[in-house]
Design a protein around this ligand. Structure first.
Ligand code: ACO
Length: 325
């Protein structure tokens, strides 16, 4: 089976930019500590009138425009988020209504920071098996709403935003595995044994509250490098591609040190890794499509490039996808 093709991308950020300097006026932290440990310099924080759905809709509109696809042509919306507007219905249905493509398939995927990888693999599978011709795959988050702003070990790490891509059904005349555009391979994993290392301490069925993010950062870091290196190897093996052939790695933007360590393990030079964590911080499921859109817009990622996407997050969940764009 050949893979689905990238037709366009878009992204959206909240209006309000918050620098490390501004945070250090309110929290016992410093620009120096944040930059040295994470690479983060600033993040965007949603205002009262901005939500996961509103950011996702903005990103989706930009992606449709970029792809030259109308909302009426969308058969499927898969939206990855851990910060939905409501417990239900799915944020994807709010986006669907705002775009005006009512009637198509629309649902959310919850895999935290790996959400976009899970959404991409799901949409690709559905398009590849004939469920539709065109999908919107969105990662959108407002993590600022689940942060404990008294906890300096977590609140400095995250930001809000959304990214979206339009995927087209495989072109059977030009299969991705024979040099055509499209997804060459995807691998996903989860291991629920590590729940307590990264989780939100609330939820409708447990506490009837939204809760706050809790993370044992150092342990997550250790698992992230090991899991990402291993899943990247699996994808390369499946696609029968050597690491040297990759033009760009678009990783989940959790921490500059994780990006560097993972690339080094794979033997990929740092110049081939798209880094936006300095500008956006960790936007969870939004970070991969936000980074992809940034690098397409500034002209680094161009048609024909082999691009590796990868992410690891709460669950734990992790995954990677290789795509010729
Ligand atoms: N400002 C100043 N000092 C701080 C801050 C802060 N914001 N936060 C922690 N410190 C202090 C600690 O209190 C500690 O002080 P101590 O030595 O006196 O006890 C010291 O800095 C070191 O703390 P560590 O937690 O050991 O720092 P570390 O180098 O591990 O960096 C970090 C922490 C940045 C969180 C790192 O571990 C990390 O990035 N982990 C991975 C996070 C990640 O990848 N998450 C993935 C997905 S996220 C998702 O799925 C939602």
């Amino acid at each position: 089976m050949t893979g689905s093709r990238l037709l366009g991308s878009g992204s959206a950020l909240p209006e309000r930019l918050v620098t490390n300097a501004e945070l250090s006026e309110r929290i016992d932290t410093s620009d120096e500590w944040i930059v040295e440990r994470t690479g983060i310099r600033q993040r965007y924080i949603a205002g009262e009138d901005e939500t996961t759905a509103s950011l996702a809709t903005k990103a989706a509109r930009a992606a449709l425009k970029d792809a030259g696809v109308t909302a009426g042509e969308v058969d499927l919306i898969v939206l990855a988020t851990a910060t939905p507007d409501n417990t239900f219905p799915a944020t994807a249905t709010k986006v669907q209504d705002a775009l005006g493509c009512n009637g198509c398939v629309a649902f959310d995927v919850a895999a935290v920071c790996s959400g976009f990888l899970y959404a991409l693999a799901t949409a690709d599978s559905l398009l590849t098996t004939g469920m539709g011709k065109c999908a919107l795959v969105i990662g959108a988050e407002t993590f600022s709403r689940i942060l404990d702003w008294e906890d300096r070990t977590t609140c400095v790490l995250f930001g809000d935003g959304a990214g979206a891509i339009v995927l087209g059904a495989p072109d059977l005349a030009k299969p991705a595995r024979e040099g055509g555009p499209g997804v060459l391979a995807s691998k996903l994993h989860a291991d629920g044994a590590h729940h307590d290392l990264l989780y939100v301490d609330g939820g409708p069925s447990s506490t009837q509250t939204v809760g706050h993010l809790r993370m044992k950062g150092r342990e997550v870091f250790r698992h992230a490098v090991a899991n990402l290196s291993s899943v990247l190897g699996e994808v390369l093996d499946d696609a029968q591609i050597k690491a040297e052939a990759i033009d760009w790695v678009v990783p989940h933007q959790a921490n500059r040190r994780i990006l560097d360590a993972t690339a080094k393990k794979l033997g990929i030079p740092p110049e081939k890794v798209i880094v936006t964590v300095d500008q956006h911080a960790n936007t969870s499921a939004a970070s991969v499509p936000l980074a992809l859109d940034t690098a397409r817009r500034d002209g680094r990622i161009v048609p024909g490039n082999l691009v590796m996407f990868e992410a690891m997050g709460g669950g734990f969940t992790w995954g990677a996808s290789l795509m010729r764009v």
